[in-house]
Design a protein around this ligand. Structure first.
Ligand SMILES: *Cc1c(COP(=O)(O)O)cnc(C)c1O
Length: 415
């Protein structure tokens, strides 16, 4: 094992673990890879070369750290949810406050890394796909900051449901392109963005929002997000005198979870738990729990656990939180599941909503509905553990964006 470099909060150091994955072709065991049309292989190879070069370039890393500190406001604090822990009566619950980042979630960490890479590669035009609009807003934000052209693909159904985020992207100077094909949602927006990329490879960089897609995206996004766990490795001993017993995060595509898990992979005593969306219950069939009940297959350029029917058709997914509503999951999570290094569980809409309300009332923090899934599971588990155990939960984002959804559920007229 390599000697551990000194870690400072806000100073991400890529690939320092003795866990060296993916391999050169992007495989995490039998998962990952790059299943794409021939027209994209050149673009991916170019991206792979650029990433290999800049991810070890001290000047590039300095630039990345500078943006994380001065634009995002990192390091984000670790916080002891002391009232909650006391009321719950069991283990101590801590939150990693990604909700305090500029733009209100973890997504900005990755987007900054990829935008800096685009700049180094001389690509002035950025494209991205978005579902609920969170990744679109983060991308539009960083394009404004760096003076890059920004085109966001979004299903027309999602555009109707997420009017406020569409308006935000426009305020930030982005062009939002409605996608009318298929179910007019995230997966169709992704296909359309891929099509744009193939046609405009010369001047265009495609920023993917989670640890999915073809190699090198799952690795690259994980590395950019690993600043979350790197900070915790320093902050937890400062606050509690040691590392936590459990680290927990919600799983949509899996980027906030990989970001906090990755630096902890070598800490063998730390248990890692990913929390998927069980929606209306696993039995109902209306959920997004790809790791819990999915079957391996290929989607969006990589092999991973997927929600599919007997004929391999991707099935409809559901979650009260738009950010978890995805039929696949990053390939590295599939491998960590098979290895048994991480455990994956699920939480229903109702349980997440309960945790959302409790968090508001007991801690004075309005969490994103996605993050509320991780909090809900932490609460369940904490109650079964002794008081001296420590659970660290990644609070991936703030819940301001979810006011409408929650109010509607409660039968309140928000407008
Ligand atoms: C997008 C989003 C998620 C889900 O995405 P991951 O890639 O699984 O992290 C979780 N929380 C928030 C706040 C989000 O915006």
């Amino acid at each position: 094992m390599k000697s551990a470099p000194s870690r400072a909060p806000g100073a991400p150091i890529f690939k320092t673990t003795d866990y060296q994955l993916p391999d050169a072709r992007g495989h995490f065991g039998p998962y990952g890879g790059a299943f794409v049309a021939e027209t994209l292989t050149h673009a991916l190879a170019e991206l792979n070369d650029a990433y290999a070069r800049y991810s070890t370039d001290p000047e590039f890393l300095d630039e990345f750290r500078y943006e994380l500190k001065h634009f995002v406001g990192r390091p984000s604090p670790v916080y002891h949810a002391s009232r909650w822990s006391r009321e719950n009566g069991g283990a101590q619950i801590y939150f990693k406050r990604e909700d305090l980042n500029h733009t209100g979630a973890h997504k900005i960490n990755n987007v900054i890394g990829q935008a800096l890479l685009a700049r180094r590669m001389g690509k002035p035009r950025i494209i991205a796909e978005t579902g609920a609009g969170q990744h679109g807003v983060a991308t539009a934000t960083i394009c404004a900051r760096f003076g890059l052209e920004c085109v966001i693909y979004m299903g027309s159904e999602d555009i109707k449901r997420q009017a406020q985020n569409v308006y935000r992207m426009k305020l930030l100077g982005a062009t939002v392109v409605p996608v009318e094909s298929g179910s007019k949602t995230l997966k169709d927006a992704l296909n359309e963005a891929m099509r744009d990329w193939v046609t405009n490879i010369e001047d265009t960089f495609y920023i993917i929002g989670t640890v999915a897609g073809p190699h090198p995206y799952p690795m690259m996004v994980r590395d950019f997000q690993s600043v979350i766990g790197e900070e915790c490795l320093v902050q937890m001993p400062e606050m509690t005198g040691r590392q936590p017993d459990y680290v927990m995060a919600c799983i949509g595509g899996g980027s906030n979870a990989m970001g906090i898990f990755y630096p902890y992979l070598d800490e063998k005593d730390v248990k890692l738990i990913g929390v998927e969306a069980a929606g209306e219950g696993i039995e109902s069939g209306r959920h997004s729990a790809s790791l819990s009940v999915g079957i391996p297959g290929v989607l969006h350029g990589n092999r991973t656990y997927l929600l599919q029917d007997a004929n391999g058709q991707i099935t409809e997914t559901h979650s009260v939180s738009a950010g978890l509503d995805y039929p696949g999951v990053g390939p590295e999570h599939s491998w960590l599941k098979d290895l048994g290094r991480a455990q994956y569980v699920s939480i229903t809409d109702d349980e997440a909503l309960q945790a959302f309300h409790d968090c508001c009332r007991i801690e004075g923090i309005i969490p994103a509905l996605e993050s509320a899934h991780a909090i809900a599971y932490a609460t369940k588990l904490a109650a079964t553990l002794p008081k001296d155990q420590i659970i660290l939960v990644n609070l991936s984002g703030r819940g301001d964006k979810d006011m409408h959804t929650v109010a509607e559920r409660m039968g309140l007229d928000f407008s």
